[in-house]
Write a protein that binds this ligand. Structure first.
Ligand code: ADP
Length: 263
C-alpha cells in the first residue's frame, strides 16, 4: 500500500482476482442476509479468503448472524475488519451509535460504501459478498459505479409477489450492464416428518425470476439452489453461527453449500 494513491478501490483495479457478488432482493425478509452469511461461511470453510460488506442500511443484520462481537479497529489510516468464522466483516451497523435506525440519503450511502471499499484493509480476497438493501435503491447504483465487475445474485421466495419484485431488483443489472450470476430461492418448502414437502409460500418463484431475468438480459440466468425452511438456519442466525457450520448435514446447509460451490 505504501506510496499508493489513497482512495483507490483494490477490487476495481484491472487484473483484480477478487470475485464480487452483490446479493440483492426485491423486498426484505426473504432471507437475503441469511443466504449471504451462509454462502460466506461455506466458502471460507472451503478454504477461500472471504469478506462480507453489509450495505443493508435499513436492516443491517450480518454482524449478529456471523456472531461478530468486536468493533473494527484502526491501523494507521486503515480500518481492520473483525473476523468471524474466518470471514472478514464490515457493516454499516458498526458505525452507527447504539441501535439507531439509519436515515441516510443517497450521497451519504455512496460515500460510506466507497469508504468501506477503500479504507478497509480487506487483504487479498478470493470473494467479496455485498449484502445490499432490498429493492432497487441508490446503493445498487453505487455498487455498479464503484464495482462494475460485481455480479448480482438475486434471492427470492417461491411466492409470485416476491418473485415479481425480485425481478425488478435483478433487472437493474440491465441498466448498469452488470452480470446476473444466478437466483437463489429461499424458504422453498418445509419438510414434514413423513418426508413430504409443505410449500408454505407456493412454488416456482425462483425459476420464474431466473427465466424472466434471462430473457430480459439475453443470457441464461441459472436457478442456483432452493433452500428449505429450517429452524436451525433461523437459530444459527440468532446465535451467530451459520447453519452450514453448525448443521452441515441438514438439507438447507447442503443446498447452501452447493450454491457456494457453484459461484
Ligand atoms: P432479509 O435479509 O431478506 O431481510 P433475513 O436473512 O434477515 O432476510 O431473514 C429474515 C428472517 O427469516 C430471519 O429471522 C431469518 O432467520 C429467517 N430465515 C431466513 N431464511 C430462512 C429459512 N430458510 N428457514 C428458516 N428461517 C429463515
Amino acid at each position: 500500500r505504501g506510496g499508493e494513491v489513497a482512495r483507490e478501490i483494490p477490487f476495481a483495479k484491472p487484473g483484480s482476482l477478487t470475485r464480487i457478488y452483490a446479493v440483492a432482493s426485491g423486498k426484505g425478509g426473504v432471507g437475503k442476509s441469511s443466504v449471504t452469511v451462509n454462502l460466506a461461511a461455506a466458502m471460507a470453510a472451503d478454504g477461500l479468503s472471504v469478506g462480507v460488506l453489509d450495505a443493508d442500511v435499513y436492516g443491517f443484520s450480518v454482524p449478529r448472524m456471523l456472531g461478530v462481537d468486536r468493533p473494527p479497529t484502526r491501523m494507521d489510516e486503515m480500518i481492520l475488519p473483525p473476523v468471524a468464522h474466518d470471514v472478514k466483516v464490515i457493516s454499516i451497523g458498526m458505525f452507527v451509535p447504539g441501535n439507531q435506525p439509519v436515515v441516510w440519503r443517497g450521497p451519504m450511502l455512496h460515500r460510506a460504501l466507497e469508504q468501506f471499499l477503500t479504507d478497509v484493509f480487506w487483504g487479498d480476497l478470493d470473494v467479496l459478498l455485498l449484502d445490499l438493501p432490498p429493492g432497487t435503491g441508490d446503493i445498487a447504483i453505487s455498487v455498479a459505479q464503484l464495482l462494475p465487475t460485481a455480479e448480482i445474485l438475486v434471492v427470492t421466495t417461491p411466492q409470485t409477489a416476491a418473485a415479481e419484485v425480485a425481478e425488478r431488483a435483478g433487472s437493474i443489472a440491465l441498466q448498469t450492464k452488470q452480470q446476473v450470476v444466478g437466483v437463489v430461492e429461499n424458504m422453498s418448502w418445509l419438510e414434514q416428518p413423513d418426508g413430504s414437502r409443505l410449500e408454505i409460500f407456493g412454488s416456482g418463484g425462483g425459476q420464474t425470476v431466473a427465466n424472466s431475468l434471462g430473457e430480459s438480459i439475453g443470457a441464461p440466468v441459472p436457478l442456483l439452489g432452493q433452500i428449505p425452511l429450517d429452524t436451525s438456519l433461523r437459530e444459527g442466525g440468532d446465535v451467530g453461527t451459520p447453519v452450514v457450520l453448525s448443521h452441515p448435514d441438514s438439507a438447507a446447509s447442503q443446498a447452501l453449500t452447493q450454491v457456494a460451490r457453484r459461484l
